[in-house]
Design a protein around this ligand. Sequence first.
Ligand SMILES: CC(C)(COP(=O)(O)O)[C@@H](O)C(=O)NCCC(=O)NCCSC(=O)CC(=O)O
Ligand SMILES: Nc1ncnc2c1ncn2[C@@H]1O[C@H](COP(=O)(O)O)[C@@H](OP(=O)(O)O)[C@H]1O
Ligand SMILES: [Mg+2]
Length: 271
Amino acid sequence: MAAERDEEPGPGPCCLCPGTAAGKRGMAGGCRCSALPAPRQGVMEEARRRLRQFDVGDKFSRLPLPRAAVLLPLMVRGDRLHLLLTVRSMQLRRSPGEVCFPGGKSEATDKDDVDTALREAKEEVGLQPEKVEVICRLMPGIDKMNNLVTPVVGFIEDTFQVTPNPDEVSEVFVVPLEYFVKPLNYKTFSYKTTSGYLTRIHCFTYDDQEHKRSFKIWGLTAHFAVFLALVIFGERPAFEVDYDLDNLISSSEDNFINLYASIYERKKSNL
Ligand SMILES: CC(C)(COP(=O)(O)O)[C@@H](O)C(=O)NCCC(=O)NCCSC(=O)CC(=O)O
Ligand SMILES: Nc1ncnc2c1ncn2[C@@H]1O[C@H](COP(=O)(O)O)[C@@H](OP(=O)(O)O)[C@H]1O
Ligand SMILES: [Mg+2]
């Protein structure tokens, strides 16, 4: 899969380096931390480089849809990238028991989607915003309530001790990022949204050795995890995806625009 843009960003501060502008907004530059072992630095630096090519920034911030944001928390364990995920509490009105990323709806006090994702991650799993090295915002998705959901990607420390808020989160677990391109247990199905948009749903079952149990990751959450893995690994996955893998940036944007247009058209016809 060829990258469409290839700018080499300069190095910058890292959330893991004591004494640097740790985790500050917009400070997601290359890591200067000589304390980290070389393979780990390499993995993180390559991921940063690729992710920055896919940063959408504020591009979709003016679309007239209610907003939400999720944090895609990446960490390096044993020189491999992993993603942290949560299981929603059974008490929640919406999507109880489903696997999702830390996140939620935008509030009036949030400056932008990065603020929303970091605020929600703090509320839900006790992750302090300054412990996150924010890298980029990826192409948004639209959930079943027609919220525009922006995935914010950030590095967190692998030593992070979660404190799940039991009102919102019942479990927290981590999955190797490669699982979202080379899964052991995967199913897919087609789904037509209420606006008539035909989409592919990915459904992963992940057997977590640490928790001795299986988690089902599907729908919007799986959509974001797959896209993240495609961006970072630049490899063809073991299953079909709705992207042109040689033009991942433009095809992901086309998919989003088509989905958005289907909702917009339906809204107009209901007026
Ligand atoms: C981030 C949300 C969209 C809003 O957060 P909040 O409910 O206010 O805490 C969150 O609801 C979310 O991440 N939803 C997706 C959960 C998910 O992926 N469930 C699995 C399948 S159902 C699905 O993907 C369709 C959907 O929920 O829109
Ligand atoms: N029973 C419950 N206890 C605590 N919080 C709840 C809840 N039901 C919903 N919420 C939270 O209230 C907000 C709105 O929920 P809903 O969409 O179901 O109306 C969501 O927060 P966030 O968006 O901050 O994550 C959700 O997590
Ligand atoms: Mg939430």
